[in-house]
Design a protein around this ligand. Structure first.
Ligand SMILES: [Mn+2]
Length: 424
């Protein structure tokens, strides 16, 4: 299914008056609203190829119909999202779930939808059907050298696919760790992992980045070999200037101060990118901003402050990706909600009066500091996000138009009801 420009224009025309009223109010409230809208237009969030089907839980999977059956259809789905919001102009692929058989054709198809390829992801947390050796006891950390080599070779293979598609970064998330005390020699596990990462790093093209993603627990529940930002930073520092830490919002122990982690990683020039999602208990992978929008705002507040301090390009210098997927929503609507929540948090962070905040901080005026941040968070920026979408050629309300056009019903007609996308 393709969404024609005329449908979008018609929809926007029908809703323009109401939008203009809200926008007038927002721009009267927010001093730098014109600059914010321009930054929102440039800001793009990559969609993970594994989030386009209904997400699995350990207990079951309940597909909603019309899921993409191939990489081509996944790209088509991300194209639909991008047509609706003009803010999802990239796709992040997972190998081996999405191996392109004809890289040129895939690249062309993506370009037709205005999509680029963001970080490619390797997978050594599952055994594949044709795989010689098992990752049951870890991949890069494994006591068996042949298994470590298999994992290194896989990552190098993923880099090759990425090069063919025009990607310029590799995300490595390892599930390596241990479930019981005594199972693992922590030091040897670290050294083996570092050696493996070094071999992978050596295979990176000069313009590439490597993102080392950490996670506190799951599937291992006693130790994780890249368990927190300290360990990730240790690997990234030892690897070299192309290696960075990747922050997944769901990968921390409860109540971790993620905004402080982000601030310090940025200070060290070692923050590579993000996996956005939300959670209440663990790595719940719920829609970004669905539970803790204030935390999302506080993270963006540190991001904007830290990126500005280092003169970074907000849109290009970090990898912005969603990593969310679950059972009960239409996956495309879910992704539209995530992107909108991220855009709102970014817009609110851009609207913070930084000069006033600095003065208040220097005067130890705690009350004023809180007032400044919460004023930004409590100001409605939805009209700015809608205006950015409108100016870029997207819909004023992407989910509204998605439902209006009966996109899911059309996809079910095209693809059938019983389709299951590859992924978790
Ligand atoms: Mn992740």
């Amino acid at each position: 299914m393709q969404i024609s420009k005329s449908f979008i224009e018609q929809y926007n025309d029908d809703n323009l008056k109401a939008h203009q009223r809200k926008l007038d109010f927002s721009t009267s409230e927010i001093e730098n609203s014109e600059a914010i809208i321009k930054q929102l237009v440039d800001f793009q969030i990559a969609i993970p190829s594994w989030a386009l089907g209904t997400g699995g839980t350990r207990f079951g999977r309940f597909p909603g119909g019309g899921e993409p059956r191939s990489l081509e259809e996944k790209i088509e789905d991300v194209g639909l999202l991008h047509a609706l919001n003009q803010a999802s102009g990239a796709i992040s692929l997972h190998i081996p779930w999405d191996i392109p058989t004809d890289a040129n054709a895939i690249r062309n198809l993506a370009a037709q939808h205005g999509l680029k390829f963001d970080a490619v992801n390797s997978n050594t947390f599952q055994d594949q059907a044709d795989q010689a050796l098992s990752y049951k006891f870890g991949s890069l950390q494994n006591v068996n050298k042949a298994i470590r080599k298999q994992a290194v070779d896989h990552n190098i293979e993923v880099i090759k696919h990425g090069i063919e598609l025009g990607s310029d970064s590799l995300t490595v998330w390892l599930s390596d760790g241990s479930c019981f005390p005594g199972q693992l020699n922590f030091r040897k596990a670290f050294q083996n992992t570092l050696e493996g990462l070094q071999e992978i790093y050596a295979a990176l093209p000069s313009n590439w980045k490597m993102f080392v993603e950490y996670k506190c627990a799951e599937p291992n529940f006693y130790s994780t070999t890249v368990g927190d930002w300290g360990q990730s930073l240790l690997y990234a520092s030892k690897l070299g200037e192309k290696a960075y830490t990747l922050v997944d919002l769901g990968h921390h122990l409860p109540n971790a101060n993620i905004e402080q982690i982000v601030s310090l990683l940025l200070m060290e020039g070692k923050l590579g990118g993000f996996h956005f999602n939300d959670s209440k208990y663990g790595d719940d992978d719920l829609t970004a901003g669905a539970l803790k929008p204030y935390q999302l705002f506080l993270i963006f507040n540190e991001l904007v402050e830290g990126m500005n301090a280092r003169n970074m390009n907000h849109a290009k210098d970090l990898g912005w990706m969603i990593d969310a997927s679950h059972n009960v929503k239409d996956p495309l609507e879910d992704l539209l909600q995530s992107v909108e929540a991220i855009m709102m948090a970014y817009a609110q962070a851009l609207s913070v009066d930084r000069q006033a905040l600095e003065i208040a901080q220097n005067e130890n005026d705690t009350v004023r500091c809180q007032e400044i941040l919460q004023n930004a968070f409590r100001t409605d920026v939805r009209a700015l996000v809608a205006e950015a979408s409108l100016r870029a050629g997207g819909a004023l309300n992407p989910i509204g138009l998605f439902r209006n056009l009966k996109v899911r019903e059309n996809l079910i007609k095209e693809r059938g009801f019983k389709t299951i996308a590859t992924g978790l």
